[in-house]
Design a protein around this ligand. Sequence first.
Ligand SMILES: [Zn+2]
Length: 142
Amino acid sequence: MREKVVNLLNRLQKVKSSGRDSWMACCPAHDDKNPSMKIDIKNDKILIKCWSGCGVEDILGAVGMDFSDILPDKPLYHRSSGTAPMLSSADALRIVKYEAAIIMMYGQDLKAGKTVSEDDRQRFVLAVERVGDAMEAAGVKL
Ligand SMILES: [Zn+2]
């Protein structure tokens, strides 16, 4: 979070510390001569308030940033689940082990010079995809 707020403060004019995890700066979204924008870090969130009422999106846009630049880094959760990974790590590993065996058999067939059927080839592609899906569902970032 600190890196993100430093990145933001570096783009602002007349930045002054106004306490612990709190700063004042000129608002980049309106003609601001005296710092009238407050930036705070609270509960690991960056809060931005312009006393002239500029929107946070406008303020960020004025310095070439957007919400992703001030939001906390995404937790390692699957994007559709919200609170918890869809798969436990143990379940994901079981899937990976199973699919790895299929990938290995395919590789051995190829190495042995066997003709691989289209079905086998598609199952191989599916196995590779499933490994990625299982890891994602378990919240593993690749
Ligand atoms: Zn403003």
